[in-house]
Design a protein around this ligand. Structure first.
Ligand SMILES: [Zn+2]
Ligand SMILES: [Zn+2]
Length: 138
């Protein structure tokens, strides 16, 4: 199977299977339906309109810290789950700084997302972060 060179046809791991075409089609639908990370999005949990960040790693709401399960690895948009990801706790990583641990309420997948603090537009709210530090959920 040939690898094509436009958005939506990245290596899927389904080479040669009869699912290849539908996988590509689903991914195209997914990418066109959900904005990628540098566009604004509406928070699925609290409804806040989240503006794009000048940094590239915004994937959670700065107000309630909820996210949506779209990535297998940060930024790849390879997960076709779409479940709501609840913030569980804050962890400190000596290399990456503070991270929010999210768990998908649909499939149980956990992921870590770097806290967005040093940005001009909608940094993660201190109160929400403190609340999560004081009352981790798991
Ligand atoms: Zn929110
Ligand atoms: Zn999920």
């Amino acid at each position: 199977m040939q690898r094509r060179n436009h958005v939506g046809c990245v290596d899927s791991g389904f080479h040669g299977s009869r699912f290849a075409d539908s996988t590509h089609w689903v991914r195209f639908w997914f990418l066109s339906r959900f904005t990628h990370r540098n566009e604004s999005f509406t928070c699925i949990n609290c409804g806040l309109q989240v503006e794009p960040s000048e940094r590239t790693c915004r994937n959670h709401c700065p107000h309630c810290l909820y996210s949506v399960h779209l990535d297998v690895f940060p930024g790849d948009r390879q997960a076709n789950c779409g479940g709501i990801m609840e913030p569980l706790r804050i962890e400190y990583n000596s290399r990456k700084g503070y991270q929010i641990v999210h768990r998908c309420q649909r499939c149980g997948h956990e992921s870590r997302n770097i806290v967005l603090q040093d940005v001009a537009v909608q940094p993660d709210e201190q109160e929400a972060l403190y609340e999560l530090m004081k009352h981790p959920k798991a």
